[in-house]
Design a protein around this ligand. Structure first.
Ligand code: SF4
Ligand code: SF4
Length: 359
């Protein structure tokens, strides 16, 4: 496994990081096995949070005997100090660890947000935890506008920043450059656009000989100067295997990067209001399965997998636990979801398109 200096923290993080958000296997022991295997294979950074269901329980179990070999990053909302304290202290207890290596302000969008975190005592509280050794480094995660995130990086308050970045969502590249200049470590989230780049894509495959689309997408990120670790949402052993390949430290060659330019040009016709499947827009009052439907939308529109998308779409409303929720035609266009989407996805418009596309 390749390890990289992480900003000015003095830590070396594995190029492959483990986002625990997608560890939803019904059998907890199965998740523990995937986490343990990652630890054995040298993945040393694990990203979690208080609000990912029972994932802290899973990670806590896997950490037994491995805590001193890995780094743990968690995050909490910055709007209210008591809520942050509750999350921070509960997480430590459930994970059964003494400290976090990183604690991040969750979803900090701009300098106004930072001013609020200063004013309401959240930042002081984190500094206090840091002084007590309960959290080694303070960072933030953001889906904000890149120009605003750059200002946050340059504020000097943070040792780490976590932003979405992928082959088909490159708007945050200036954040990576600013962070490198400032000595702030960068964790990349949604590297596979919520799984879109992990699924077989005939159009993409034609362009990328020798790699799966997921490996190419991850390798591209790992080849970027300034990226500290790529946090993939790993749910099962096969995801882990795919990710581990990229830990060999091999960069894409200049020829491959050039080939990539062609791919990017071809795919840049996609709008950047791309759904990453984060789920922040849910719940919908009509129980419309927004993230699922938009994933199928992405597959159909970006990669031409219309038949595959139809097949998946038709699993909705069938009572399957793995395809919960209603189809797009149940949307009443109330707009509640769009107010919550950090990427500004025009959800209603896309749902309408899907009703026609999936007929
Ligand atoms: S606009 Fe449609 S999908 Fe969004 S919350 Fe309202 S009913 Fe649900
Ligand atoms: S529509 Fe927006 S909030 Fe909902 S899952 Fe997609 S990116 Fe996330």
């Amino acid at each position: 496994m390749e390890y990289r200096e992480y900003g000015k923290t003095g830590l070396k993080l594995s190029t492959v990081g483990f986002g625990v958000m997608r560890l939803y296997h019904p059998d907890i022991e199965e998740s523990v096995a995937v986490l343990r295997e990652a630890m054995k294979q040298g993945v040393n950074i694990y990203e979690t949070c208080r609000h990912y269901g029972d994932h802290e329980v899973r990670l806590g179990k896997a950490l037994k005997g491995y805590r001193d070999k890995v780094y743990i990053s968690s995050k909490g909302h910055y709007g209210e100090v008591e809520a942050l304290k509750k999350d921070f202290e509960t997480s430590l207890k459930i994970l059964d660890i003494e400290y976090f290596d990183f604690y991040q302000l969750w979803g900090l969008a701009d300098m106004e947000g930072l001013a609020a975190a200063r004013q309401n005592g959240v930042l002081d509280q984190l500094r206090d935890y840091q002084a007590q050794g309960l959290c080694k480094h303070i960072g933030f995660t953001s889906h904000g506008q890149p120009e605003n995130v750059v200002k946050l990086v340059e504020s000097g308050e943070f040792a780490s920043v976590t932003v979405p970045l992928s082959l088909i969502y490159q708007r945050t590249l200036p954040v990576v450059a600013a962070a490198k200049k400032k000595g702030v470590g960068v964790m990349v989230m949604t590297p596979l656009m919520g799984g879109v780049l992990a699924n077989p894509s005939t159009r993409l495959k034609e362009k990328l000989s020798g790699y799966t689309s997921a490996e190419f997408a991850l390798r591209w990120l790992a080849s970027l100067d300034g990226v500290g670790t790529v946090l993939s949402g790993i749910g099962q052993m096969s995801d882990l295997e795919e990710n581990l390949k990229v830990g060999d430290g091999n960069r894409l060659s200049p020829e491959e990067m050039m080939k990539l330019d062609e791919v990017i040009k071809e795919f840049s016709g996609l709008d950047d209001k791309f759904c990453t499947g984060c789920g922040y827009c849910t719940p919908c009052p009509q129980e419309v399965a927004i993230p699922y439907i938009l994933k199928f939308y992405n597959q159909a529109k970006a990669f031409g997998l219309v038949d595959w998308a139809k097949e998946q779409y038709n699993n909705l409303e069938q009572g399957h636990g793995w395809a919960p929720g209603m189809k797009a035609d149940k949307c009443t266009e109330c707009g509640e979801c769009e107010e919550k989407c950090p990427h500004g996805v025009p959800i209603r418009e896309k749902l309408k398109e899907m009703v026609e596309l999936m007929e």
